[in-house]
Write a protein that binds this ligand. Structure first.
Ligand code: ATP
Length: 594
C-alpha cells in the first residue's frame, strides 16, 4: 500500500524548481539547481496539518485563490522556545505549482490518503470546553482567533461550550451523549483540566460498571483523548506534557493526533474517592502555601510567592505516618537521572506490563485498606516522624520556575509515582532543598530528604492526633462540616462523582476555602498547628488521612511529551525504519508483525 502511494514529480515553489517526492511516510522536496547545494526540506506525513487546492492563506484570515495548478501544504515547523524545555510548534506553509492540473490533483489526493494512513488518531470531531474566567480571561479569544482556524484547516469539526459555572464541564461529561466525539478539549488552566479529568474518568467507570470509591478497583482507561489549550494562571499539566505553554503548539498536537498516556492517582478517604490527581499531592509546606494563598487571591499569581515566604518563615513541621508500596526498583528509580521525554522508553516498556492485569492485583489494595498486609505485589513500608513536607508526584512537575521539577526523573506513564519525604530540619537546610528545585542541583542529595518510587501511599496521623484537624489549626469556623464528612463516609455505594459534588470541587471548593479563616494566625502565633492540609493539584482536600493509588495510563492526552533534539532525531529514525520495514514487507509479501 505504501509503495502505491509513492509519487514523484517536478514542483515549483515561486520560481525555483524542486523534485517533490512522497514516500507515504515523508514528503520532501529538493531544489533542482546544479549550481547550488541541493537543499531538501522533509516533512513527516504525520506532521502535515492540511493540504488545500490553490493558493491558500489561513492566518490572519482564510483566503483562497483558486489557481488550478497550485496546491498549498500546511505542516508543523519547530522553533526554539527560549526559556522552556520543549519546542514551539508553528504552522509552516508552502505553496507548490505543478506542470498540470492532473498532476496537482494527484498530489493532493496522495497526500490526503497518506495522512489518513499514517495518522490514524487524528480527531475528526471534538467537544471543546472554554472557561471564560480562567487565567487572564482570554480563553474565548485564544480559541476563536488561534485554535479554531487551525481546526478548520485540518477538517476538524468542534462543538464548543463556554462554561457558565464551575463543574459544568464535568457534569456534561458525566451525563451527556458523547458518541461521535474523538476527544475533549479544555481551554483553561489546571483547574479546568481537573474538571474534565474527573468527568471523563467518572463517565468511563460508570459505563464499565466500576465503583470509583473502591481503591481496589482496576479502573478502565478513558477512550476519549484530552487536549489542553493553555489559558489559565497555572498550566502545569500542559507544560509537563508538551514542554511549553503555547496555544498554537497545543492545537497542532491535537490536530496531528498525538497520544501521550498519563498516570492518574486516585485519593481515597474512608473507602470513598476524594479526588484524582495527576501532578502534585503535597502535605505540609505545599498544603500550607495553598491554604495561605487562598486568603490572598486578590494578589493574583504573586500570592504564591508571598504565601511561600510566609509559610517558610513560620518554620513548620508535622507529625505523620507514611506507608508506601514500593515499585519494582529494577524497572526504574527516581534517582536514575533518566528524564521522561517524548518517546520515553521507561513508559513504553510499562504499557505492556500495566495492561497485563493479574486478577489478584486488586486484592493488594483491599488488604491494604484493612490491615496493610503484604502480598504478591510486595511489602508495604512504614515510616513515622515529623516532616517538613510529604509529596507524591505522578510527573516531574516541571514548570518555568522549576525547569526540572519536583522529581526530575518521574515518568508520565509508567504506573508509578514518586514519594518525596522531607524530614524536619533547620530552616537553612529546608531553604537549600527549596532552592535546589529551581536549579539543576540534585535536590535528593540531602540527608533529610528521601525519595521512593511507589505504587500506593497511605498517610495517617500518629495516635492521639487523629481527631485534630482544620478546626484545631486556626480555631473558629474553618472546619469541614459533619455533613460533608458524612456524605463521604456513608455513601460508599453512591457514585463517587456525586460525593465529589457534595464535598465540593473546583470553584465550589475554592469558595468554600475562601470562608476558611487564617490557616496561619500570624508569624508570631505561639500555637503551632498539629496538622497541615493536602494540596491536591491546587485544590485543598477536606481530609488529612488518605490512601492514594496510582492508576497507570488511565487517560491519554493529545501530546507527545517533552521533545529535545535527540528525541526528534530518534523519532525520525524510527519513522524511517518503519518505512523501510513496510517497503520490505510489501516487496516480499512477508508479514513482520507490523
Ligand atoms: N464559567 C465558570 N465560572 C466560574 N468558575 C468556572 C467556570 N468554568 C470553570 N470554572 C472553574 O474555574 C476554576 C479555575 O479554572 P482554570 O483552571 O481554567 O483557571 P486558572 O486561572 O488557572 O485557575 P486558578 O484560579 O486555580 O489559578 C476551575 O476549577 C473550574 O472548575
Amino acid at each position: 500500500m505504501e509503495t502505491d502511494l509513492k509519487l514523484e514529480s517536478s514542483l515549483w515553489v515561486g520560481n525555483k524548481r524542486y523534485r517533490g517526492v512522497l514516500t507515504g511516510w515523508h514528503f520532501y522536496w529538493t531544489e533542482v539547481d546544479k549550481n547550488r547545494d541541493k537543499k531538501t526540506i522533509s516533512v513527516p506525513v504525520a506532521e502535515v496539518v492540511g493540504v488545500e487546492e490553490g493558493c491558500v492563506e489561513i492566518l490572519p484570515r482564510k483566503s483562497v485563490e483558486d489557481t488550478d495548478k497550485d496546491f498549498t501544504v500546511f505542516y508543523v515547523k519547530r522553533s526554539s522556545s527560549g526559556g522552556s524545555s520543549g519546542f514551539l510548534w508553528r504552522l509552516g506553509r508552502t505553496q507548490f505549482s505543478c506542470p498540470s492540473r492532473v498532476l496537482r490533483d494527484q498530489w493532493t489526493k496522495h497526500l490526503r490518503t497518506a495522512l489518513k494512513t499514517h495518522s490514524p488518531l487524528r480527531p475528526k470531531r471534538l467537544l471543546v470546553f472554554i472557561n471564560p474566567f480562567g487565567g487572564k480571561r482570554k480563553g474565548r479569544k485564544i480559541y476563536h482567533s488561534v485554535v479554531a482556524p487551525l481546526f478548520e484547516l485540518a477538517g476538524i469539526s468542534s462543538h464548543v461550550i463556554v462554561t457558565e459555572r464551575a463543574n459544568q464541564a464535568r457534569d456534561h461529561l458525566l451525563k451527556k451523549d458523547l458518541t461521535d466525539f474523538d476527544g475533549v478539549v479544555c481551554v483553561g488552566g489546571d483547574g479546568m483540566f481537573s474538571e474534565i479529568l474527573h468527568g471523563l474518568i467518572g463517565r468511563t467507570q460508570q459505563e464499565a460498571g466500576l465503583c470509583e470509591n473502591d481503591p481496589a478497583v482496576i479502573l478502565q482507561p478513558c477512550p476519549l483523548h484530552i487536549g489542553i489549550i493553555p489559558a489559565g494562571s497555572t498550566d502545569c499539566v500542559c507544560y509537563a506534557t508538551v514542554g511549553v505553554v503555547d496555544p498554537v503548539t497545543s492545537a497542532l498536537h491535537i490536530i496531528v493526533g498525538d497520544s501521550q498516556p498519563l498516570d492518574v492517582c486516585s485519593v481515597h478517604h474512608a473507602s470513598a474517592l476524594v479526588r484524582y490527581s495527576v501532578s502534585l499531592l503535597g502535605y505540609g509546606f505545599y498544603g500550607d502555601v495553598l491554604a495561605e494563598s487562598e486568603k490572598h487571591r486578590w494578589m493574583g499569581p504573586l500570592r504564591y510567592e508571598y504565601s511561600g515566604t510566609l509559610v517558610y518563615l513560620s518554620n513548620r513541621s508535622y507529625a505523620g505516618i507514611v506507608q508506601y508500596l514500593p515499585a519494582d526498583p529494577l524497572l526504574s528509580s527516581p534517582r536514575d537521572k533518566i528524564r521522561c521525554l517524548s518517546g520515553c522508553s521507561v513508559c513504553s516498556r510499562s504499557t505492556e506490563r500495566l495492561f497485563s492485569h493479574s486478577s489478584d492485583s486488586a486484592s493488594l489494595y483491599s488488604s491494604h485498606c484493612s490491615q496493610f498486609s503484604s502480598d504478591s505485589e510486595g511489602e508495604w513500608v512504614s515510616v513515622e516522624g515529623r516532616f517538613r513536607c510529604v509529596s507524591l508526584t505522578c510527573m516531574s512537575c516541571s514548570c518555568p520556575r522549576s525547569p526540572l521539577g519536583l522529581s526530575p526523573s518521574a515518568h508520565l506513564a509508567d504506573g508509578t509515582g514518586d514519594l518525596i519525604l522531607v524530614w524536619d530540619t533547620n530552616p537553612l537546610d529546608f531553604l537549600t532543598y527549596l532552592h535546589r528545585q529551581t536549579s539543576t542541583q540534585d535536590q535528593f542529595d540531602l540527608p533529610f530528604v528521601e525519595v521512593h518510587r511507589v505504587k500506593a501511599v497511605r498517610f495517617c496521623l500518629p495516635s492521639g492526633k487523629e481527631g485534630e484537624s482544620y478546626e484545631e489549626i486556626g480555631g473558629g469556623n474553618c472546619e469541614i462540616s459533619d455533613e460533608e464528612r458524612g456524605s463521604v463516609e456513608t455513601e460508599n455505594s453512591a457514585s463517587s462523582q456525586q460525593n465529589l459534588a457534595e464535598t465540593g470541587t473546583g470553584q465550589e471548593m475554592a469558595d468554600e476555602q475562601k470562608t476558611v479563616p487564617p490557616f496561619m494566625c500570624c508569624l508570631c502565633c505561639s500555637k503551632t498547628p498539629a496538622v497541615s492540609v493536602w494540596n491536591c493539584d491546587g485544590e485543598i482536600l477536606p481530609f488529612t488521612e488518605i490512601l492514594c493509588r496510582i492508576h497507570g495510563q488511565l487517560v491519554h492526552l493529545y501530546a507527545r511529551g517533552i521533545e529535545d533534539e535527540a528525541t526528534i532525531q530518534n523519532c525520525r529514525e524510527e519513522s524511517n525504519n518503519c518505512e523501510r520495514r513496510c517497503i520490505l514487507h510489501n516487496k516480499t509479501g512477508l508479514n513482520f508483525g507490523l
